[in-house]
Design a protein around this ligand. Structure first.
Ligand SMILES: Nc1ncnc2c1ncn2[C@@H]1O[C@H](COP(=O)(O)OP(=O)(O)OP(=O)(O)O)[C@@H](O)[C@H]1O
Length: 632
């Protein structure tokens, strides 16, 4: 556990020493903070760096929230009650997933400036690699409770915050996310971490109770009055009395660290037979009965027969949204001629067993387009199985795609598991980022596509499968074929028809896209200043639709009830323009004074295009210049 530096001047001294000489004197900061600072430096982060405002779009957030539904549903009530306890303080309570993305936040954020407020809304990421040392990201890496105050944050811009975060573990000891309380660095932090710890443990206990694993659970404690409270131990067993899961308090009470719970049985832990315990409980008509551990320590326990609940999707590499239809092909036809052409091409080949390859820059809307093709096809009643080929963990790719048989390899679930190809039977298989699939696997995939049957790992029998095939890439697949990085035969199998989605800067339907996004953000009709729309038209949009969605979402959060204006656009939005503004020479820029711009603006009544023309520079440069001179 960390040992927070109580003396702020000592902390500042330690920080200065570290930044100047790369060393931290003994006790200057905790080991966790020092390790984290080192990681930041190794990653090339600079203390004064601005953080890019990476906020998930509403749809991406919904997908994440759906994948973490169990965590969210169990955490919300605890967040409510934590909020009641600390509502008098200026604090924000935050729940993140295992990657540090905020799933839900509540509390009072008025003490923060705009940028910090945005950083604490759902969809923001607090990964350490992005935001430097911080309670959430660092707790996730250290797998430990973290309090990070003021100058312990690596980035200067985060030093206004004091945050306490605790990782939340699943019934199988895996990190599911974090619970965090963030507040003003000047506020007293006494007890905050302890409160967050208690709430996190409550959430873990709820997760245990709600998880659908095992046949029965044993709730135990050395003192009977503690059963049913935060401090109870919970052990879950399967129908063969093998231990499936053990919560933190249970591990503590039994003096164990869980590495491999597969090998433990009820009799390894307790000096009793579970059947006898259940009978005793029934006969005594009392819920709580005495019990001895295998080491003869006396406990009290209650057995609960478990009611299985529906399994929750938790897979981060594959997304399968069964019910929601995010868009239809028609809805995507918002006035751009290239999109209209792509849609009419798709309509000609749909339902004819012709694989479609969708190309386009990152964030151009390939997945949304693919999903719309599925919805328009005869397979729409069947499953939609999306596989992100770039994010599949190496070593698990084969079992993910092809599935495995019972006992195929150590660590495999005993009953075996169908792969994604089999799950897609009768529906659509969407291979996203196909350009990143390793060569060795390409050969196996090709065989499946040719033979339309899969052979799970460890099995000799193949199973027939039938699905519509869509794939997407932001790489030039043909070039990869020429350079030998992608199999030519697989390329032709995937590419019955290639659709190329235009980049956002090439599209002619910007206004319609903005309107659609406002609609999905429940902000239909929200006013946007004309000069913001002008700026949007001139922007290079390297992140395409995803970035536009991001920018609008942030602006909506910042603008409240007011129309969206320049001041609601973030620094990195302007930075993008900076990076593409090399076309104007320095001479014209240097002579460009605020007065000259003001005069031209007056002469042209604020018409940016006309002003830029008069000054002989691009609109991008003009905006950049005005932003630098605080004229926006
Ligand atoms: N036509 C559209 N209208 C509104 N929003 C859109 C549209 N197309 C895409 N988006 C939004 O942009 C985001 C990115 O879209 P999508 O994931 O489909 O892009 P992609 O090309 O598959 O990205 P990547 O290559 O990074 O995987 C999504 O959140 C989506 O909601």
């Amino acid at each position: 556990m960390q040992n927070p530096a109580h003396d702020y001047s000592q902390l500042l001294h330690a920080r200065n020493e570290f930044l100047a000489r790369g060393v931290v004197e003994n006790g200057g900061v905790s080991e966790e903070i020092e390790r984290s600072w080192r990681r930041c430096v190794e990653n090339g982060m600079e203390v004064g760096a601005q953080v890019r405002t990476e906020i998930l779009t509403r749809q991406e957030l919904l997908v994440k929230q759906e994948a973490n539904q169990l965590l969210l549903s169990q955490a919300r009530p605890e967040m409510e009650s934590l909020n009641e306890q600390i509502s008098h303080t200026r604090s924000v309570i935050v729940l993140t997933d295992a990657q540090g993305f905020i799933l839900h936040s509540q509390g009072n954020s008025e003490f923060l400036d705009d940028a910090q407020r945005v950083a604490l809304i759902p969809g923001s990421s607090w990964q350490e690699s992005l935001r430097g040392t911080n309670a959430i990201g660092t707790a996730l890496i250290e797998r430990a409770a973290m309090m990070v105050q003021g100058a312990e944050h690596f980035l200067e811009r985060n030093q206004v915050l004091a945050c306490s975060a605790v990782p939340i573990l699943s019934a199988r000891n895996q990190v599911m996310g974090t619970l965090d309380v963030s507040t003003d660095a000047s506020m007293s932090q006494q007890h905050t971490l302890a409160l967050v710890r208690m709430s996190a443990q409550m959430i873990e206990n709820r997760l245990f109770t709600a998880s659908n694993e095992g046949a029965y659970s044993l709730h135990f404690h050395a003192r009977p009055e503690f059963i049913g409270t935060l401090w109870e131990g919970i052990a879950i067993f399967d129908e063969h009395h093998r231990l499936v899961a053990l919560n933190r308090s249970g591990q503590f009470q039994l003096g164990m660290v869980l590495d491999d719970i597969d090998n433990l049985a009820f009799s390894d832990l307790f000096a009793a037979r579970p059947e006898t315990l259940m009978q005793a409980q029934q006969a005594a008509k009392s819920l709580i009965t005495p019990l001895y551990t295998a080491h003869e320590a006396r406990l009290y326990a209650r057995v609960e027969i478990r009611q299985p609940v529906a399994a929750q999707p938790t897979d981060v590499n594959t997304i399968s949204i069964s019910k929601r239809c995010p868009a239809s092909l028609n809805m995507l036809n918002t006035g751009d001629p290239r999109i209209a052409r792509a849609i009419s091409q798709v309509e000609l080949v749909i339902n004819q067993d012709i694989p479609i390859l969708i190309e386009g820059e990152t964030g151009a809307g390939k997945e949304l387009f693919a999903r719309a093709i599925h919805e328009a096809s005869d397979c729409s009643q069947g499953p939609w199985i999306a596989v992100n080929c770039a994010a599949l963990p190496e070593g698990l790719i084969e079992s993910e795609l092809f599935g495995y048989e019972e006992g195929a390899f150590t660590g495999a679930r005993r009953k075996g598991s169908p792969g994604k190809l089999e799950q897609a039977d009768g529906g659509t298989l969407f291979l996203d980022e196909i350009g990143d699939m390793p060569l060795a696997l390409q050969a196996r995939l090709l065989r499946v596509l040719q033979e339309r049957s899969v052979t799970p790992l460890g099995s000799t029998k193949s199973k027939p499968v039938n699905f519509a095939l869509l794939s997407a890439t932001n790489q030039k697949l043909r070039e990869k074929v020429e350079s030998g990085e992608f199999r030519r035969d697989l390329y032709y199998r995937l590419n019955g028809l290639t659709i190329t989605l235009p980049a956002l800067r090439q599209r002619q339907d910007l206004q319609a896209l903005v309107d659609t996004i406002l609609q999905t953000e429940n902000a239909t009709g929200k006013a946007i200043d004309a000069d913001v729309m002008e700026l949007f038209k001139a922007h290079p949009w390297p992140g395409n639709m995803r970035q536009l969605h991001n920018v609008l979402r942030t602006a909506l959060a910042l603008s409240g009830k007011a129309p969206i204006s320049m001041m609601h656009l973030t620094q990195d939005f302007f930075d993008d323009m900076e990076n593409t503004g090399a076309e104007d020479n320095d001479l014209s820029l240097n002579s460009l004074t605020a007065e000259a711009i003001k005069a031209a603006m007056q002469a042209h009544r604020g018409n940016i295009s006309a002003v830029a023309r008069q000054l002989g520079i691009s609109r991008n440069t003009l905006y950049r210049r005005m932003h630098a001179m605080n004229m926006l």
